[in-house]
Design a binder for this molecule. Structure first.
Ligand SMILES: Nc1ncnc2c1ncn2[C@@H]1O[C@H](COP(=O)(O)OP(=O)(O)OP(=O)(O)O)[C@@H](O)[C@H]1O
Ligand SMILES: O=C(O)[C@H](O)COP(=O)(O)O
Length: 138
């Protein structure tokens, strides 16, 4: 769980230059919204990623479209890029982050599906894959 976070009382979806403040997670007040993880948390997540054999990435850790809330997602992208693990990244916004932080070549597999690829990993049957398998057999 995050120990430090980047907050604002203004949403970057309403005001692009919403001011960002770094604080400990237990110091977040009622009027503040969390829009990114802090550097201590990113470092902790990056450490965990170093020990992974397989990494599945679905979802940025912050509102990375606005740079004041992008450091956490950038750190995840870089940790995944440096890792020797087999990495899969999927989902529209995740791929926008992969592109923004220029790590496309360092991710083992890029999936345009987001929710769909998670369902595939869960073992659910995807209709398009099922019909291809069926036709492939006949
Ligand atoms: N704390 C937050 N509050 C609101 N929006 C956030 C927050 N953190 C991240 N986001 C936004 O959520 C979006 C990412 O959505 P999501 O996690 O669904 O990823 P995805 O890659 O599009 O996956 P999928 O394809 O499964 O939907 C980004 O646009 C990001 O700005
Ligand atoms: O629009 C998206 O984010 C991607 O195309 C992922 O779609 P999915 O979540 O329906 O797989």
């Amino acid at each position: 769980m995050p120990t430090d976070v980047v907050v604002s009382s203004t949403s970057p979806f309403e005001q692009a230059d919403a001011p960002a403040t770094l604080k400990a997670v237990n110091e977040v007040t009622d009027n503040e919204m969390i829009f990114d993880v802090g550097p201590q948390t990113s470092a902790q997540f990056a450490e965990i990623l170093k020990t992974a054999g397989t990494i599945v990435w679905n979802g940025p850790v912050g509102v990375f479209e606005h740079d004041q809330f992008g450091a956490g997602t950038k750190a995840m992208a870089e940790a995944i890029a440096e890792s020797s693990a087999f990495s899969i990244a999927g989902g529209g916004d995740t791929l926008a982050a992969v592109d923004k932080y220029a790590v496309t070549d360092k991710v083992s597999y890029i999936s345009t599906g987001g929710g769909a690829f998670l369902e595939f990993l869960e073992g659910k049957k995807l209709p398009a894959v099922a019909i291809l398998e069926e036709r492939g057999q006949s």
